[in-house]
Design a protein around this ligand. Structure first.
Ligand SMILES: [Zn+2]
Length: 334
């Protein structure tokens, strides 16, 4: 072995050790931060989270074609008809409520998934929750309770380094372990929040990204439209900067494909890396974006092909679908 290669391998080994040490130090720091941070959620959290759940009105039949409804808002209203599962507007709070026959069930439980980005000095902690809303009827009143079960915390450094921690199921409260929890859908006792569509708490986002590398990120739009995982999205956007443009333009379907490409969608990324990308996918003017908002990559390819066809606007979608199917058979690009 020549002296150069020996030197090189020695240097590599040293740099690997340095890398490992940096990883361990940063992970240890992140773990301390997420363990001793405040568990408290913003004051507005419950009100905001409750907006994603159905509001429940329990009802009972009192006479022929006479029903009594007990709304979450506290009102007791008279109804001329009622059926379990039907949505009506409560005349008291004016909210859309779902009717439930209390004689069949006096507790209704709903589940949804939530994310919260908590800023640290110059980093962020992402917290993921499974949120439950339980609505009860006690014979005279409808009440509800919201509760959040936290499953994951991720410490994100500004340079993109990130460290994930999970709680042990049924384990000691406040104890965190490195890595993600078990995959969901493996029985009731497993982790549920990863891979789910997430509602991200929106009211602090503008502030927490100010003067950071994410200040121009389209994350707010992506969170609202596509329910993305915050850290995953932010990292993805750094790797594929086109993602920001696609969300800001409003090409949501295409953006979703870039955020989460399946194995055969990699070609999308190649096509979109070009600066002339929009023209390439057949969008020549900004006015065309509206029509393309929810079109996938394959549909855009097809749309480009039929652009000059003289057909009824109402037939366009059928034509796009027809060409898309043909293209699918030959898997052609632009
Ligand atoms: Zn009401």
């Amino acid at each position: 072995m020549c002296m150069y290669s020996m030197g090189a391998s020695k240097r590599t080994k040293k740099s690997v050790e340095k890398q490992n040490r940096k990883f361990r130090d940063r992970q240890a720091f992140a773990k301390r931060e997420i363990t001793y941070m405040s568990d408290r959620l913003p004051v507005k959290w419950d009100e905001w989270a409750n907006g994603f759940f159905d509001k429940i009105m329990f009802y009972e039949k009192t006479d022929n074609k006479k029903y009594k409804g007990f709304c979450e808002c506290g009102a007791c209203v008279a109804l001329s008809q009622a059926r379990s599962g039907r949505k009506i507007e409560c005349i008291s709070c004016k909210e859309t409520v779902v009717l439930k026959d209390w004689k069949r069930k006096t507790t209704i439980e709903q589940r949804d998934y939530f994310a919260f980005l908590d800023p640290k000095a110059d980093a962020w902690v992402q917290r993921l929750f499974v949120g439950y809303k339980a609505s009860y009827f006690d014979g005279t009143n409808t009440t509800y309770k919201l509760y959040m079960v936290e499953e994951e915390r991720c410490y994100l450094y500004p340079d993109g380094d990130n460290y994930l921690f999970h709680v042990a199921f049924g384990g000691e409260m406040g104890k965190w372990y490195a890595g993600s929890g078990r995959i969901h859908a493996k029985g009731y006792c497993s982790w549920q929040v990863s891979d789910q569509a997430l509602h991200t708490y929106p009211y602090n986002l503008e502030r927490i990204f100010q003067n950071t590398i994410f200040q121009y990120s389209a994350f707010e739009i992506a969170a609202k439209v596509s329910f993305v995982d915050p850290v995953r999205y932010l990292l993805r956007e750094r790797k594929e900067p086109k993602l920001e443009m696609l969300y800001k333009l409003g090409l949501y379907k295409l953006a979703e494909q870039v955020y989460n490409p399946s194995w055969y969608e990699d070609e999308i990324l190649d096509e979109l890396r070009d600066t002339d990308a929009l023209k390439k996918i057949g969008i020549d003017r900004m006015e065309e974006v509206e029509e393309c908002r929810y079109l996938s990559f394959d549909q855009l390819v097809a749309r480009k092909e039929i652009k000059r066809w003289k057909i009824n606007p109402s037939d366009r979608m059928d034509a796009i679908e027809f060409i898309r199917c043909l293209n699918e058979k030959k898997r052609c690009g632009f």
